[in-house]
Design a protein around this ligand. Structure first.
Ligand code: MSP
Length: 731
C-alpha cells in the first residue's frame, strides 16, 4: 500500500483576553472544512488549534478582572474549547501555551537559537504596542501604525534575535517557485506585503534616483543606485536593501506572565516567539515523545488572519531557519469579518457571538436535542461564511444576509430538492431507489463539477466551489421540474420514465451531498441517511465521497426515514439575533471608542463624563443628543508641557498643557498608569470649558480624555496621529 500522505493544518492560537466571536469561528470553521475535505481525499490529517495565554495583554486583562492570570486563562480557554465542541470542530489537538509540554518546547527552542549564536543581550528604548504585543517604529506618544492604539515607551535590557541575518534567505524562499525550497504565502497581496517589508523601501530609493536622473537629463537610464551598492539582488533578480530588516527583541523584564528565559529567569520570552512555537510543541518538540513531531512536521498549512501575517511570514520562518528546522509549506491569510462596517473586535464593541447564531438557527429544529441543534446551526454559519466571503478578502457579516442566503440556497435550494425527490421515491417506489433507463444530460456536468470543486478546494477558493455546487443543484432542480414526475406518476405506462427521473435526481443528490459534506457536515449526514447510504463519516473515511462516478447509487437501495432538513427561516429570526447581540453588548457605545472621563480622585467621581461601560443601561444609550448639545462641549487639542506628581496624592498628576494662546493647569487621576516623563510632549484632547474645580488645594481647569476598557482598565489617552496645532477645536 502506498504510504498515506500527511497534512498538518493549524489555526492561530486565540488570545484569551476576549471571549470567542464569529471572527475566531471563521478561521476555525474554515480550517475544519479543509481538514474534512483533506481526510476524505485520503490524507492523514493533523488539525491543531488552541489558545495563546501569556503576555502583558493577558496579564492586564486578568488584573482588570481581578483574578490571577492562570485562572483567567483557564476560564477563557475553556470557553473557546467548549464552543468548538458545540460546533463539532474536528481538531486533533488543543494546545494551551500555559501547558508544561509547551513551556518545555519553547525553552528548548530559545536555547537552541542561543547555542547557534542567534541570540544576544542588549538594551533598547522603543515604543511598544501592548495590544499587538510588538515594538513599533514610531516616536514617543505616537499611536501604533497597525492598530492605532497608544504606544508605550519602554527601555529594557533584552535578548535579541538576529532576524537581520535571514533577510536574503527569506526573500529567496518567498520568491521561489521550487516546491522543495519555497515558503509559500497566499494570497498574492499578502505575499507582496511581506516582500516589501523584507526588501526595505526599494521603491523610495528608485523614485529618488529617477528624479535625480530626470533633473540631470539622464531620464530612462538605469538608476545609479543599482550600481552603487545600495541594493543587493535576490536569486530571482529583485533588488532589496541589505540591513533594512532589524534584529528583534525576544524577551521582556517589565512583567512576569510568560515563559522564563532558561538560565536568566528575570526575563520572560517574547509572547510571539512563545506563541508561534505552539505549532511545534503541540507535536512534542522538546518533549520526551516526539513521534508526532517526526511524522507531521513541517506544517502544510498555517491558516491566519491577515493582521498577523508578518509574525508568521517573517519572524516564524526566521526562527525555524536559525534552529535549522524545516519551514512550513504555506501560510494562507484570510480577510476580516466586518460588522457594522469595521473589523469585528472586542475593543470596538461590534462583535457577533457564535452562540447567538447557534441559538437562533437551532430553534428552527425544535425536534432535535440541543447538541444537534448546535451542529445544524453551525452548518448554516459555516456555509454562509465560505459561500459569501471571497476567501482572502474582507467581508461584511449581517444577520439579514445570513437568513437570506440560508433560505435561498439551503431551504429552497438543496433542502427542497432532497425532500421533493425522496418523498416521490417513498410514495411511488415503496421507499426503494428505482432503476433508471436513461442517463441525464447533467451526468457529465456533475463529473466536471466534482473535478472543479476538488481543484477549487485545493486552492482554497471556497466561494467558487460552493457556487458551482449551487448551480449543479439548480440544474437538477430544473430537470426535475421540467420532467414533471408528479404527472408521470399518474400514468402507468410512464413508470419507467418516472423511475429514471427519480433515480437521476437521487443520484445527483448523492454526488452533490458528497461535495457539500465538508461545508455542511451535519446536514449532509442526514441526507446521506435518508438516501439509505448509512453513515457519511464512514463513507468519508472509506474514500466513497472522493472520486465520485455517476451510477454509484444502487437501484434497490432502501431509503432511510424521511424528514425535512432545512425549514424556512422567517424575518423574525433576524430581529431575534439582533436583539440577542444588543443585549449582550455592555453599552451601545463601544468601550474603547467612548470618551470616558478619567476620574480625578477616588473620593469624587461626580464629574466623570461617562459612567463605567457596564452601568450604562441600554435605554439611556439609545437616547440621542443634538449637534447643539455636542457643540456645548469644547474639545481642544493640547500639548503636555509640564507633568508632575502631587505630594500625598498617589493617583493624581498635575499637568500644564499648551492650548496655543494659553497654558492651563489640569489635574488628572492617571498617576497609576503614566509616569510624568511619559506624558511630556504628548498631544492630547481636553474638555476645555468644564467648570474649574479644586482638588488637594489645586485648581483643575479642564479634563483630559481617555478610554478605559472595563472599570479598572488603563485609561488610554485620546491622541492624534497628525501634528495638530495646540488649541485646535475638535468638532
Ligand atoms: N494570539 C494571536 C495569534 C498567535 S498564532 C501563533 C492572535 N490572536 S487573536 O485571538 O487576536 O486572533 C487570532 C485570529 O482570529 C486572527 O488571526 C483571525 O484568524 C481570527 N480573527 C479575529 N477577529 C477576526 C475578524 N474580525 N475577522 C476574521 N478573523 C478574525 O492574533
Amino acid at each position: 500500500m502506498p504510504e498515506q500522505k500527511k497534512f498538518y493544518l493549524t489555526t492561530p492560537i486565540y488570545y484569551v483576553n476576549a471571549r470567542p466571536h464569529i471572527g475566531h469561528a471563521y478561521t476555525t470553521l474554515t480550517a475544519d472544512t479543509i481538514a474534512r475535505r483533506k481526510r476524505l481525499e485520503g490524507y492523514d490529517v493533523r488539525f491543531l488549534t488552541g489558545t495563546d495565554e501569556h503576555g502583558q495583554k493577558i496579564q492586564r486583562s486578568a488584573d482588570a478582572a481581578g483574578i490571577a492570570p492562570q485562572q483567567f486563562a483557564d476560564e477563557v480557554s475553556a470557553s473557546f474549547r467548549s464552543l468548538w465542541e458545540r460546533m463539532g470542530i474536528t481538531y486533533d489537538d488543543y494546545i494551551r501555551t500555559t501547558e508544561p509540554r509547551h513551556k518545555q518546547g519553547v525553552q528548548k527552542l530559545f536555547s537552541t537559537l542561543k547555542e547557534k549564536g542567534y541570540i544576544y543581550l542588549d538594551s533598547y528604548t522603543g515604543q511598544y504596542c501592548v495590544s499587538d504585543e510588538a515594538f513599533v517604529e514610531v516616536g514617543p506618544g505616537e499611536p501604533c501604525p497597525d492598530c492605532g492604539r497608544i504606544t508605550e515607551t519602554i527601555t529594557e535590557e533584552n535578548y535579541y534575535f538576529r532576524l537581520s541575518a535571514f533577510q536574503e534567505e527569506l526573500i529567496n524562499r518567498i520568491e521561489s517557485d521550487d516546491p522543495d525550497y519555497r515558503f509559500e504565502i497566499e494570497p498574492a497581496a499578502r505575499k507582496n506585503e511581506v516582500l516589501s517589508f523584507l526588501r526595505g523601501d526599494v521603491s523610495k530609493i528608485l523614485r529618488e534616483e529617477q528624479a535625480v536622473g530626470r533633473e540631470s537629463g539622464l531620464d530612462g537610464v538605469y538608476p545609479a543606485s543599482l550600481y552603487s551598492g545600495i541594493f543587493k539582488f535576490s536569486k530571482q533578480g529583485n533588488p532589496f536593501i541589505p540591513g533594512s530588516l532589524k534584529d528583534l527583541s525576544i524577551s521582556r523584564t517589565s512583567f512576569k506572565w510568560g515563559i522564563p528565559v532558561p538560565g536568566d529567569e528575570k526575563h520572560v520570552i517574547y509572547v510571539w516567539l512563545d506563541a508561534l512555537a505552539n505549532y511545534m510543541t503541540a507535536l512534542g518538540y522538546g518533549s520526551a515523545g516526539d513521534s508526532l513531531w517526526q511524522k507531521y512536521w513541517p506544517a502544510d498549512l498555517h491558516l491566519v488572519g491577515k493582521e498577523i501575517i508578518r509574525f508568521h511570514c517573517v519572524y516564524w520562518p526566521a526562527f525555524l531557519l536559525a534552529a535549522e528546522l524545516p519551514l512550513p509549506k504555506k501560510v494562507q491569510a484570510h480577510g476580516w469579518l466586518l460588522f457594522e462596517e469595521s473589523k469585528m473586535s472586542k475593543s470596538r464593541g461590534n462583535i457577533v457571538r457564535s452562540e447567538t447564531i447557534l441559538d437562533a438557527f437551532g430553534s428552527l429544529k425544535p425536534e432535535l436535542g440541543k447538541a444537534e441543534q448546535d451542529l445544524f446551526a453551525t452548518d448554516v454559519l459555516r456555509y454562509f461564511l465560505l459561500r459569501e466571503i471571497p476567501f482572502g478578502q474582507d467581508g461584511s457579516f449581517s444577520f439579514d444576509a445570513l437568513v437570506t442566503r440560508y433560505n435561498a440556497d439551503l431551504a429552497n435550494g438543496y433542502g427542497n430538492l432532497v425532500s421533493r425527490t425522496l418523498s416521490m421515491i417513498a410514495k411511488n417506489f415503496d421507499g426503494e431507489v428505482p432503476a433508471p433507463l436513461t442517463k441525464p444530460f447533467f451526468a457529465e456536468t456533475l463529473d466536471a463539477t466534482s473535478a472543479s470543486v476538488a481543484s477549487d478546494l485545493n486552492e482554497l477558493v471556497f466561494t467558487r466551489a460552493v457556487t458551482s455546487i449551487a448551480s449543479a443543484i439548480t440544474s437538477v432542480d430544473r430537470y426535475f421540474s421540467e420532467s414533471e414526475p408528479w404527472k408521470l406518476a399518474k400514468v402507468d405506462t410512464q413508470r419507467e420514465e418516472l423511475a429514471s427521473v427519480l433515480y437521476n435526481a437521487a443520484e445527483a443528490i448523492r454526488i452533490i451531498t458528497a461535495l457539500l459534506y465538508p461545508f455542511l457536515p451535519y446536514a449532509t449526514a442526514r441526507v446521506w441517511e435518508q438516501l439509505g447510504l448509512g453513515d457519511i463519516g464512514a463513507a468519508a473515511k472509506s474514500g466513497e465521497l472522493n472520486n465520485l462516478v455517476w451510477g454509484g447509487l444502487k437501484p434497490g437501495t432502501k431509503l432511510g426515514t424521511l424528514a425535512p432538513i432545512f425549514p424556512r427561516a422567517d424575518k423574525e429570526l433576524i430581529t431575534r439575533m439582533n436583539e440577542a447581540e444588543q443585549q449582550n453588548r455592555p453599552a451601545a457605545v463601544p468601550a474603547e471608542a467612548k470618551a470616558e472621563g478619567v476620574v480625578p480622585t477616588t473620593d469624587d467621581k461626580s464629574q466623570a463624563i461617562a459612567p463605567p461601560a457596564d452601568t450604562v443601561v441600554a435605554e439611556e444609550a439609545k437616547q440621542h443628543i443634538s449637534i447643539d448639545d455636542f457643540i456645548k462641549v469644547e474639545l481642544r487639542a493640547a500639548v503636555v508641557k509640564v507633568a508632575e506628581r502631587i505630594p500625598k496624592a498617589d493617583k493624581l498628576l498635575r499637568l500644564e498643557v499648551d492650548l496655543g494662546d494659553e497654558q492651563r493647569q489640569i489635574l488628572s487621576g492617571i498617576a497609576e498608569w503614566y509616569t510624568p516623563e511619559e506624558l511630556i510632549g504628548r498631544r492630547i484632547i481636553i474638555v476645555a470649558n468644564l467648570a474649574p474645580r479644586k482638588m488637594r488645594g489645586l485648581e483643575s481647569h479642564g479634563m483630559l480624555l481617555a478610554a478605559s476598557e472595563g472599570e479598572n482598565g488603563k485609561p488610554m489617552l485620546a491622541t492624534f496621529a497628525e501634528d495638530v496645532t495646540p488649541g485646535t477645536r475638535l468638532k
